[in-house]
Write a protein that binds this ligand. Structure first.
Ligand code: KE4
Length: 427
């Protein structure tokens, strides 16, 4: 028994499923999750002393790789003066100012402690600001685990929300309507059928929780137009795309304006964090200056702010990172396609910026229904073949590969060699 296997058995006695977040449990790919002890640059080390090239990167925060010296120094310098006060600190003001400087169309920010909290709060603000109760989200998009967001499953393009988790009441799910990603008509039908009742359309500008599905040309622009026509707010959930697709996130990358934007991951540099942001008019409706209540003991925590601010400053000072990461992702995508072709494996590879995802299907993946045609058994074999060769991927077909600025040319060559050997075994 490996140390990870032994630790996993021990963990299962005191943690549900042995983990603190379900996807980490390797349920979709089998075997015991690797218990990691160290990360440096693009590599991580597990409890058995095995090293991997890491394409999870804590699910997005480690955009500069692990243990960046400037980020570690910022954390160390901050923590020696105290970890948390529950009182204002200069760092949270500097963080908000930095985000406003980098992201288009936002004037104010509220820090929270997770992406879930950011989306939950932005949705409450949208409902409070519009006086409307209904929401439109997209099947297969993930926005954290607040009740209103745990709605999916429903068949067909238009469905009244059905909870997809125990404990989410029909009442909580009732006001969440499901549309189809990259299908503007499914949104228009919902807005028309619920005239004057939809507070907001919540969307991942790049759907990165069904694998990676980029918006088709005109999709995001169409959402903007439909929201304007129907008086609904457009919420970009940029927990993944924020500060990753571009310094200004998806709004900058696609040139589409959202009314509210949610963030997480990168702005914490690896520490627990979330944020939502928008115009002054909207954000000043949030307590204590407005009627929309939202609060948090550790919101704006100085250590998290120090880590996040250090990461944002590096991204600002080195904008070339974005093209470097995108070029690396393009290289991996091209190499995977080449190997799949060579070995006769049906594979689609979607890539945008530093995000990519291989699907085991011969159907082009431009929506959730197409993503679900992927052979997830084959993905599991691919995952384990890569893991055994020292490449650590998302342990689920419906996640993204996260490329960082720390991934080197040697990492890419090693990754593609491992993929070629693995795909040869799969055919
Ligand atoms: P958190 O509450 O996990 O910080 O953020 C929720 C969230 C919100 N919006 C988007 C677009 C997200 O991708 C997420 C969380 N992402 C997943 C990875 N697909 C986190 C990994 C996990 O659940 O353990």
């Amino acid at each position: 028994m490996t140390r990870s296997e032994a630790l996993f058995e021990r963990a299962k006695n005191v943690l549900p499923g042995g983990v603190n977040s379900p996807v980490r449990a390797f349920r979709a790919v089998g075997g015991a999750p690797r218990f990691l002890v160290k990360g440096l640059g693009s590599h991580v080390l597990d409890e058995d002393g095995l090293e991997y090239i890491d394409y999870v990167g804590s699910w997005g925060p480690m955009v500069l790789g692990h243990s960046h010296p400037d980020i570690l120094k910022a954390v160390y310098d901050r923590m020696t003066n105290g970890l948390s006060f529950g009182a204002p600190t200069t760092l949270e003001v500097e963080m908000a100012e930095k985000m406003v400087e980098m992201v288009p169309n936002i004037e104010m920010v509220r820090m929270v402690n997770s992406g879930t909290e950011a989306v939950m709060s932005a949705v409450r603000l949208a409902r409070g600001a519009t006086g409307r109760e209904k929401l439109i989200k997209f099947e297969g998009c993930y926005h954290g685990h607040s009740d209103a967001m745990l709605v999916g499953a429903g068949s067909g393009a238009l469905t009244q929300g059905e909870p997809d988790s125990a404990g989410v009441t029909k009442g909580a799910a009732r006001d969440t309507l499901l549309a189809q990603y990259n299908d503007l008509s499914s949104v228009e039908r919902l807005l028309t059928a619920n005239k004057g009742e939809v507070a907001a359309v919540v969307v991942e500008p790049v759907a990165a929780n069904m694998g990676v599905v980029p918006p088709q040309d005109g999709f995001l622009e169409g959402l903007r137009e439909l929201c304007d026509k129907h008086g609904a707010l457009l919420i970009f959930d940029e927990v993944i795309t924020g500060f990753r697709l571009a310094a200004g996130g998806a709004q900058e990358y696609f040139g589409v304006r959202a009314d509210l934007v949610t963030f997480g991951k990168i702005i914490g540099g690896g520490m627990p964090v979330g944020a939502y942001a928008g115009s002054r008019k909207l954000m000043e409706q949030v307590a204590p200056c407005g009627p929309v209540y939202q609060a948090g003991t550790l919101s704006g925590n100085p250590v998290a702010m120090a880590a996040g601010l250090a990461q944002l400053k590096i991204l600002t000072d080195h904008p070339e990172c974005y093209e470097v990461m995108a070029a690396s992702a393009r290289k991996i995508a091209a190499g995977l396609r080449e190997s799949a072709e060579k070995h006769g494996v049906s594979m689609q590879v979607n890539q945008i910026g530093s995000l990519l995802c291989p699907y085991f299907t011969d159907t082009p993946v431009d929506c959730f229904a197409a993503a679900k045609t992927s052979d997830t058994e084959k993905y599991a074999k691919y995952f384990n073949g890569m893991l055994s060769r020292g490449v650590y991927l998302a342990p689920s077909q419906f996640e993204a590969m996260f490329v960082s600025s720390a991934h080197t040319g040697n990492d890419l060559a090693f990754t593609l060699q491992a993929a070629d050997e693995t795909l040869q075994m799969l055919k």
